[in-house]
Ligand binder design. Structure first.
Ligand code: ADP
Length: 364
């Protein structure tokens, strides 16, 4: 199993900087997702790992092999990688076998070995027996499975995937997402997966690296980045977030509007922003601290849950709350509980801190 080290990678197109001295390490055997809005630099970074682009400065190291150091750059085919693209990138004039065998023939593998490897790879992705099928006779999901089999057939040490699920419809997308994750874990192959979809990232990653304008702004397990994001930007990107503006008071307390809220963790000093996720809010049931009178402004039925928008005048803001749909709205008004342990406070300046290199930050 191979680690991938990215050391101070910088890249500009003309005078537009796209990556700013970005450092990140992918652990051996993990699936790390590069997540970010369109234009944040994910694809550029992935292409640098693949050797399809060259960083202006910085180093890329796979295991013990330096694959880029400044101008010195190892060719893509010598890096031991498999790639899967959004648009499948299969050869339409070749059948499934032809697509999978191409790279192996170039390596000069004997015919019998090629046939065996192709059989194995197709078995792995659930397409056994489709060797002679033309590409246009396959569904989108099958084509993406062929692309995955092609990436795996040469037994790469690193798998790079660029939005591989975005062209599939919702049901298939979830199915293939789970299959890719299970396969990646079974093979233990170090994988970098690019997506702009936070649900996909949360569902399938060992760790998520969130990029924003060419910088790494968040790094950690799905649990860490969702529940303890390092900045309001990351909190909003990773899911629905209520962020309250307040002021730190005595240690463990913050003033928000006319309310004093108890926090489970120290709040720093001065101005603070406080995160609470919609599902962490609940109707108050006898609690004393952190209970807020609200009026219900809006209710949306979401199937198993209802999403309430509640106006909290004493906090000077509205919040979104998720509750099981069996609970009725309380005649237009409600008492809402903000559990202290679910409140995450940032003081000014927190957001300017970049995530530390290769270490998921501990909860603060
Ligand atoms: P993402 O994958 O996060 O959407 P990209 O890495 O594709 O982001 O792009 C990052 C920025 O670099 C964007 O502003 C994009 O327009 C620019 N960019 C990407 N490739 C090129 C290129 N070949 N020439 C010029 N600008 C580019």
């Amino acid at each position: 199993m191979t680690t991938i080290r990215m050391e101070r990678l910088a890249k500009s197109y003309g005078d537009q900087p796209v990556l700013h001295e970005l450092s990140l390490e992918v652990r051996a055997g993990e699936l790390l997702t590069l997540l970010g809005a369109s234009g944040s630099g994910k694809t550029t970074l992935l292409r640098i790992l693949a050797g399809l682009e060259r960083a202006d400065t910085g180093r890329v190291v796979f295991g013990d092999t330096v694959v880029q150091d400044g101008a010195a750059c190892l060719a893509p085919q010598k890096r031991g990688l498999g790639m899967v693209f959004q648009n499948y990138a299969l050869w339409p004039h070749l059948d499934v076998l032809g697509n999978l065998a191409l790279a192996l023939r170039e390596q000069g593998l004997p015919r019998a070995d090629i046939a065996q490897r192709v059989d194995e790879a197709l078995q792995t992705v659930g397409l056994a027996g489709l060797q002679r099928r033309a590409i246009h006779q396959l569904s989108g999901g099958q084509q993406q499975r062929v692309a995955l089999a092609r990436a795996l057939v040469a037994r790469p040490r690193v798998l790079l995937m660029d939005e591989p699920l975005s062209n599939l419809d919702a049901g298939l997308r979830e199915q293939l997402r789970d299959e890719i994750r299970a396969l990646q874990q079974r093979l233990g192959i170090t994988t970098v997966f690019v997506t702009h979809d936070q649900t996909e990232a949360l569902a399938m990653s060992d760790r998520i690296a969130l990029l924003h304008q060419g910088r790494l702004v968040e790094l950690g397990s799905p649990e860490q980045v969702y529940t303890r994001p390092q900045s309001p930007y990351a909190a909003h990107f990773l899911g629905k977030a209520n962020v309250l503006d307040g002021h730190a008071e005595a240690e463990g307390w913050a003033r928000v509007g006319q309310m004093r809220l108890r926090l489970a963790a120290p709040s720093g000093s001065g101005a603070v922003q406080i995160l609470i996720r919609p599902e962490a809010l609940s109707w108050a049931q006898g609690q004393v601290d952190n209970v807020v009178d609200c009026s219900i402004a809006q209710v949306h039925m979401l199937g198993p849950l209802r999403e309430y928008t509640v106006q909290a005048d004493s906090l000077g803001c509205s919040m979104v709350l998720l509750e099981p749909s069996s609970l009725p709205p309380h005649n237009g008004s409600a008492r809402v509980h903000l559990p202290p342990q679910a409140l995450r406070a940032w003081s000014d300046g927190d957001a300017a801190q970049p995530p530390s290199y290769n270490t998921a930050r501990a909860a603060s």
